[in-house]
Design a protein around this ligand. Structure first.
Ligand code: PLP
Length: 414
């Protein structure tokens, strides 16, 4: 069970804490966890559609790799990452995406999360700006806060599947302090997949305005229908302004291994970031060893099965939610998330109600209120993010509970 966040955290310390820490937002995904835990303690089953933790078994090859580690001392790895892992990740990237990366472009980090924080610190001074599309992955806000960076949101809209805003709106948000455009593709929280023309458009803007283009490709292989995985490296393979953020967390259901990386051809950025990596010493030794072992051995079948499974869950979720009166759903084409719009005034209150005051047949459903995914919170107040990370039968059951909860809620809080 996840550790509950204290319900009323102490906000005052006798010795002051930093503004940075005070202003870093709590994770919107985790803030209702204490209510979910309480529901479970009273015997209610909780369908967790709130967090992107896949239930798929991690690859056998990774677990074999963990057992194959036979050093007598678990020593520090080198700061840039285990050499075998950099080689294996580069080979894997080239093989699966038909690219031509080299291991020297890879810096191994403690998840994509660490790569993002350190990258922001590498090319931004405090007060510099990074442009994002709103709604956004909520932890980007935390990363920016840690690094002292101002995220500047450019709104995208559910009505048109969160397509990129037009050039004019983006350009109006660029200032002399803008250092980068950050795109998550496929997108968390919307499930939108940006195509080659979108990437070319944003890359072109970065060229014109002399910005970095950071693309978080954590969900790159999770694309459905007729889509193929697309990397910004297909569009601009050698550009020194392109920064790819990658992770093994979702692709191989290895969230707890904490292995990510930055891929870049920019030697100045790599050298500067390496100094930050040296200050934090190294990423975990055994997990990096196991990741290299896995990437050298794993076939395409694991990912193909995973993709097929999420496609079927996506379809189940979409069909089930479409039946619920008053709820709007956008059909996601990638990742394993989507936003739904609910006929309630405040999904924070509704999500808490589901966990705290409601159950249906001994179960309830945990959804993530979407306000925390919007920098302009009020735009998300009637929406929730759904992570379709449960088996199809459970997704169906979770949506049945959600529908019953909605009916009761509207009677109780008209
Ligand atoms: C878009 C995005 N980037 C990064 C991460 C974090 O990845 P990691 O586990 O590699 O730190 C997540 C996790 O949910 C994510 O959704």
């Amino acid at each position: 069970m996840e550790k509950a966040v204290a319900e009323a955290p102490k906000t005052m310390s006798r010795v002051p804490i930093s503004n940075r820490a005070r202003l870093t937002p709590a994770s919107p995904i985790r803030k209702l966890v204490h209510l979910a835990n309480r529901a479970m303690e009273t015997g209610t089953h909780v369908y967790r559609l709130n967090i992107g933790q896949p239930d798929i078994e991690s690859p056998r090859e990774f677990l074999e790799g963990m057992r194959a580690f036979d050093q007598k001392v678990v020593a520090y790895e080198q700061s840039q990452g285990n050499e075998a892992l950099r080689v294996a990740w580069s080979k894997y990237t080239n093989r699966s995406l038909n690219l031509h990366t080299v291991p020297e472009q890879f810096l191994i980090t403690v998840g994509a999360s660490e790569a993002l924080v350190f990258l922001f610190m590498t090319f931004c001074d405090p007060g510099d700006e990074i442009l994002i599309f709103d709604p956004t992955y909520a932890n980007f806000l935390g990363f920016a806060s840690i690094a002292g960076v101002n995220l500047v949101p450019v709104p995208s809209e559910m009505e048109n599947d969160f397509a990129l805003p037009d050039r004019d709106r983006i350009e109006r948000a660029i200032t002399p302090r803008t250092r980068a455009i950050l795109l998550c593709n496929p997108n968390n929280p919307t499930g939108t997949v940006y195509d080659r023309a979108d990437l070319e458009f944003l890359f072109g803007l970065c060229e014109e305005h002399n910005l970095f283009f950071v693309v978080d490709e954590t969900y790159r292989e999770f694309v459905y229908d007729d889509l193929e995985p697309l990397s910004i490296l297909h569009v601009a393979p050698t550009s020194d302004r392109v920064m790819v953020i990658d992770s093994l967390s979702k692709r191989f259901s290895l969230c707890g291994a904490r292995i990510g990386c930055l891929i870049s051809s920019n030697e100045a950025v790599l050298a500067a970031l390496l100094k930050i990596l040296q200050a934090r010493l190294a990423a975990p030794t055994v997990e990096q060893f196991a990741a290299a072992y896995m990437l050298e051995r794993i076939g395409d079948g694991y990912l193909e099965d995973m993709r097929r499974e999420f496609l079927s869950r996506r379809d189940t979720l979409y069909q089930a939610v479409k039946q619920v009166p008053g709820v709007e759903i956008q059909k996601p084409r990638g990742a394993f998330y989507t936003l739904i719009q609910l006929p309630v005034r405040d999904t924070d209150h509704f999500a808490a109600f589901l966990l705290d005051e409601f159950s249906h047949g001994g179960a309830t459903t945990f959804i993530a209120p979407a306000a925390g995914f919007y920098m302009q919170n009020s735009r998300g107040i009637d929406k929730a993010r759904i992570a379709y990370v449960l088996r199809s039968a459970e997704i169906e059951a979770a949506v049945t509970v959600l529908a019953a909860g909605l009916e009761r809620y509207r009677q109780q809080y008209p």
